[in-house]
Design a protein around this ligand. Structure first.
Ligand code: AMP
Length: 273
């Protein structure tokens, strides 16, 4: 592929390559990953824009996922990306494609349990992007907390020779975590969605104040405030930030992860205490 040749030539010149994988419809969250790549001293910043069919379930939003190639290209340029990769599904998955990457531990719970096959699709496409770009490092967002941990594990267990950088969640002034899927939300749904970041903020403050919290009681509080806001809870979980195993007592360093349905839109958010 052209990208593979281009990256190999840059690497041969001794240039440090950063990869920023995305599904496009870029927003400030994505652009912050490009910024992080710059700060880390990348000479070339490759942004991939690919709505990966393999990571979507049959009843998910693959077909209607927002796309805007022109705007994405302009944003990448402005943010300082030096290459943008827009593969087609046909280029990424040749006829008869039959090799997939499965992470079998960290991807079992949370979004993995609710979206069967999701992380198999994510790992497969990210492994392919790593092989195409051979980056020195790749930047992911903490917005997809479980994804970042699954990718780290894949890199460790399959000996990919690169570093994974995880960059903080970028939020709207209201607190809502930026997401391409926010475009699905009506004005009313947007207001309801604020309960996600608000409950995370409250829990974080309570942990800071009390040192630790019984998760059974705290998760019930969170679930109630999400439901009161009109959101349908998919999961409310507290985990060890490295192993993603559930914790019974919530302490500093643990992660709280939320997934809800806001009308027909599934939203996720998280915070490290
Ligand atoms: P996506 O296009 O949604 O697949 O996201 C591509 C990358 O951008 C992933 O590593 C995400 O975690 C990251 N990302 C998405 N939204 C945000 C955000 N609000 N803040 C930081 N990173 C984000």
């Amino acid at each position: 592929m052209k990208l593979q040749k281009w990256c190999a030539a840059r690497r041969a010149e001794g240039r440090r390559i950063a990869l920023v994988p995305t599904m496009g419809y870029l927003h400030e969250g994505h652009l912050s990953l490009i910024e992080a790549a710059k700060r880390r001293g990348a000479d070339e910043i490759v942004v991939s824009v690919f709505v990966n069919p393999v990571q979507f379930g049959p009843n998910e939003d693959y077909a209607r996922y927002p796309r805007d190639e022109k705007a994405d290209l302009a944003k990448c340029r402005k943010a300082g990306a030096t290459a943008v990769f827009f593969p087609t599904p046909e280029n990424m998955y040749l006829p008869g494609h039959s090799v997939y990457v499965n992470e079998e531990d960290l991807s079992r719970g949370l979004c993995g349990a609710r979206r069967p096959g999701h992380f198999r699709g994510v790992c497969t496409v990210v492994a392919k992007l790593f092989n195409l770009a051979h980056p020195n490092f790749a930047v992911f967002g903490q917005k997809d907390f479980q994804q970042a941990q699954v990718i780290r594990r894949m890199v460790r267990d399959l000996n990919f020779d690169l570093e994974i950088v995880v960059s903080p969640i970028v939020r709207e002034p209201s607190g809502l975590a930026r997401s391409s899927r926010n475009t699905y939300l009506s004005g009313e749904e947007r207001l309801r969605a604020l309960a996600l970041s608000m409950s995370l903020r409250e829990t974080k403050l309570r942990v800071a104040k009390k040192g630790s919290l019984r998760w059974a009681a705290e998760s019930a509080r969170i679930a109630k405030s999400l439901a009161n806001a009109g959101l349908r809870v998919d999961y409310v979980e507290a985990v060890d930030a490295e192993t993603l195993s559930p914790v019974k007592t919530l302490r500093a360093g643990n992660a709280v992860l939320l997934a809800v349905w806001d009308g027909k839109t599934r939203l996720i958010d998280n915070a490290v205490m």
